[in-house]
Design a protein around this ligand. Structure first.
Ligand code: ADP
Length: 293
């Protein structure tokens, strides 16, 4: 099984922003979720793996292949789906995909047709292949993006913030396609949406401020918080008091009150009840640095 290994990757932009402060990560098959708030360095990391920008220090290896040095070789085995991508609105899905296929060297007409039809099937676009891209919904465009990223049968597929702007049905459909691909491809998605990771990622990392806070499996991280997450319905004033007293994970408005989740290794009393942890609790636990104290 191919492996992608990142060691001590660092990047500081010319304006002084330290976007990556020494990243160590490894990836193999199965969908991998890189979760973190905006500005945590996800895009910088994804673009560096995709050979679109350079790092200052560190290494990335895909098995024996030096990703930072042998960019042309890497591009042959890599598919990249950027956050947003412009499509020629007057072309049909089939026409543009065929055009891109020819650019990528799929010159044989018969096998090209077969490849295109397979990709359109896999991304659920076969029935709309003759529609103009200008008429496509956000989800259809994203799926077209996946189809084009798969033209060279990549061993690694990198997808930066894939679900932004997708409605719930499109989101699930899109993530399912990626998850199927991940059976024999390294699929890395970056996202700030916890549910993108909890639903389909086999492995994950949480990033913040250019660092990896934790790398593990979603289920393992959730299980580690069992019995340590407590909830209570409080008013806005009470919330301020609770925040001073407890490790508040997060709170959600519910009919004018706030459902507040806190982290506590022992029963906090005070009207709190135990609740089953989920990945959102895990996310805030790490983002708020509660593992550090
Ligand atoms: P994310 O994808 O998690 O939102 P980014 O990698 O886009 O994070 O950004 C990480 C940090 O680097 C942020 O502080 C961002 O403002 C900064 N940054 C990103 N791109 C540039 C750039 N081209 N020049 C300067 N700073 C940048």
């Amino acid at each position: 099984m191919p492996k992608l290994i990142i060691n001590n990757l660092k990047k500081t932009y010319p304006n002084g922003t330290q976007a990556l402060k020494g990243i160590d990560l490894s990836f193999s098959n199965g969908m991998y979720g890189l979760l973190g708030p905006n500005g945590s360095g996800k895009s910088t990391l994804m673009r560096t793996i995709a050979t679109l920008q350079d790092a200052d220090e560190g290494t990335i290896f895909m098995d024996e292949l030096d990703v930072l040095k042998e960019k042309a070789e890497v591009r042959k085995i890599l598919g990249f789906l950027p956050q947003e991508f412009d499509l020629y609105p007057k072309a049909t899905a089939y026409e543009l995909l065929e055009h891109l296929a020819i650019l990528k060297g799929l010159t044989d007409k018969v096998s090209r047709k077969e490849t295109l039809n397979t990709l359109l099937e896999r991304t659920n676009l076969i029935s709309v292949r003759n529609q103009k891209l200008g008429s496509f919904s956000g989800g259809m465009k994203q799926r077209f993006g996946v189809a084009q990223a798969l033209l060279n049968k990549p061993k690694i597929l990198i997808v930066d913030e894939p679900t932004a702007g997708l409605d719930p049905v499109e989101r699930v459909r899109f993530l399912n396609i990626l998850s199927e691909l991940a059976v024999d491809t390294i699929v890395i998605i970056s996202t700030h949406i916890v549910e993108d990771v909890s639903e389909l990622c086999v492995n994950m990392a949480i990033m913040n401020e250019g660092k990896v806070l934790v790398e593990s499996k979603p289920d393992t991280l959730i299980a580690a918080m069992n019995g340590k997450v407590w909830k209570k319905l409080v008013s806005a004033e009470e919330l301020a008091q609770l925040e001073a007293k407890y490790k508040t994970l997060y709170s959600l408005m519910l009919m004018g009150n706030r459902v507040t989740h806190i982290y506590s290794e022992t029963d906090p009393g005070d009207g709190f009840e135990s609740t089953e942890p989920d990945l959102k609790d895990v996310y805030f636990y790490y983002i708020k640095g509660m593992n550090d104290v």
